[in-house]
Design a protein around this ligand. Sequence first.
Ligand SMILES: Cc1ncc(COP(=O)(O)O)c(C=O)c1O
Length: 488
Amino acid sequence: MSAHQTSTTEETLDPHDWEEIRALGRQMLDDMIEYLRTVRERPVWQPLPQDLHRHFERPLPRTPRPLGDVYAEFKEKVLPYPTGNIHPRFWGWVMGNGTITGMLAEMLAAGFNPNQGGLVQSGNLVESQVISWCKEMFGFPPSASGLLVSGGSMANLVALTVARNNRAGYNVREEGVGSAPRPLRIYASTEVHSSVHKAVEILGLGCKGLRLVGVNQDLTMNLDLLKSAIREDREKGLLPICVVGCAGTVNTGATDALDALADLCKEEGLWFHVDGAFGALAALSPELRHLVKGMERADSLAFDMHKWMYMPYEVGCTLLRDADVHRQAFSLTPHYLERTTRGIAGTELWFSDYGVQLSRGFRALKVWMSIQENGIDKFGRLIRQNVEQARYLERLVTSARELELVAAVPLNIVCFRYVGSLTDAGAIDTLNKELLLRLHESGIAAPSNTVIQGKYALRVCITNHRSTKEDLALLVQEVLRIGKTLTT
Ligand SMILES: Cc1ncc(COP(=O)(O)O)c(C=O)c1O
């Protein structure tokens, strides 16, 4: 028996032969680095082969199989069929691309495998440091609190839970939402992301608990409409508690007048939350920071680092101006989680006091390593580069007579469509729907779609550190080619 083999007769999930796993691990790492190096050479996306679905319908394995074989299956059946979000020409929805450092950090985090819920451990210092850096990035005071979460949806949910509990005027944790003397209302523009709708429903306020306010021509919230909605609801006996401002709407990247919203919330005694899932990150660029001015005055801010900070999934963050109010919304300490004065439980900082999860992964590590490796200014430059790419695409679109720009381009999103010589609105929609599918199926580029003021549009959201202007020129070339084929 070699020194690397264990002699125990009891079972474990550790390997029998450590040298064998070391070799396989190295192979995996090598393969993944190569996979990332060559990403541009592959199609953005390809349809899943018919038999692939059947492959994943096999019964529960009961007996062992060599890990090398399982890995070979991963390489053959999983790796070739992603959505394509790591590809330089993927601009659909709001997707992240990840980085090699992020991948390596995820491996370290998984091996180290701390439970970041609380307790005395170095991982909590790393996470606290990342949160302090986030406060600094977005102009929140050092006394603020924060939590790393799975993404923007959870960040909004955590923040709005705190808002609800703090502004409901009674003890919601004790009495529940059913005891509200007056129905609670949250306000956001019609452009707000669906995760805010979901959060309001989960908080028990119902769909009607979120009052959607109309927008201006530039798709930012109309403040006169907001003011009259609040007044009208008060007159009806409802209780306005919170306004959600958008820093970068999902459709077009529009940012509400955040300073004016902060003023209004102060006057009206309302909680001011900002959903800055990707738009908040514009603050990292000195040239773009003015676009999200006022965000630093929010009571709470939600943003994602797996979007416009290019981290691998998952990592989002919620910042709360008032740490005590944050803690009051989630802290719960049964006997089995009691803190001690010394030993492993001897700390007051338990991240589980600030959110939904008790057990939590070490998503902080990839952020901590990436910020140090690159310096935060580099992220600002990449974000600005993406905005310049969006402006370049806007210019390409406006200079092609077959194309129509469907919305202004305030940030990193370009919505446009092929019109050619068509005049019928229905025909234009139909053509663009088919055009998008052909683009996806060609594997050349992947925008997504949306509808802006009734117009179906191809939507290019650039949160991609691998994209170049040539990639965008190729997209326009292909849109023109496919559009022409479909109209002749
Ligand atoms: C503006 C906005 N808010 C919230 C979210 C939800 O974030 P996540 O997908 O990370 O849950 C998104 C996702 O695209 C978004 O664009």
